[in-house]
Design a protein. Structure first.
Length: 162
């Protein structure tokens, strides 16, 4: 094969790699915005906004509780905390740190950790930190969680080491 063919092949590969990297960068920016908005809904006590981060048929899997069920059941359980946060009866927040993201233009599997906390009216802070996975899909320009899996609870030292 002539040298010119090798050069053309290398150019094609570099162009493909460049566009693939740009696509992933765009998706990763969209996902970073998605998680930032999820954090804001928790801080603001915006139950409707937080619920919208999940697909209507999403599933919560908990290795911690050894169970799996529709996200609606979890959202029902979490609603009081959102309402109390919105009413100013408590404060809440969540942060996410990711250790792996496998993405395409409209799908993502992310592995990482979340740190949720609530602070009651007496100032008592209750943190919950977990290793988790999320499977997301983008449809009609909107990312939504299809499955969230809580793998194991971790301590503050593990969170800080990330």
């Amino acid at each position: 094969m002539p040298v010119i063919h090798y050069i053309a092949l290398l150019l094609l590969l570099s162009v493909f790699t460049h566009f693939k990297a740009q696509a992933n960068t765009t998706v990763e920016k969209e996902l970073a915005e998605f998680w930032q908005q999820a954090e804001q809904t928790v801080t603001q006590g915006d139950f409707v906004g937080y619920s919208a981060t999940f697909h209507e048929n999403a599933v919560l899997v908990s290795d911690i509780a050894k169970t799996s069920y529709p996200i609606d059941k979890a959202l029902t359980r979490w609603k009081k905390g959102f309402d109390d946060t919105k009413a100013g009866k408590m404060k809440a927040g969540v942060s996410f740190k990711f250790t792996q993201s496998l993405v395409s233009d409209n799908t993502a599997h992310q592995t990482g950790y979340f740190y949720y906390y609530s602070i009651d009216s007496q100032g008592q802070k209750s943190p919950f930190i977990a290793h988790f996975e999320a499977l997301l899909m983008k449809s009609n320009g909107k990312w939504q969680i299809m499955m969230e899996r809580h793998i194991k609870q971790v301590d503050l030292q593990a969170w800080r080491s990330l």
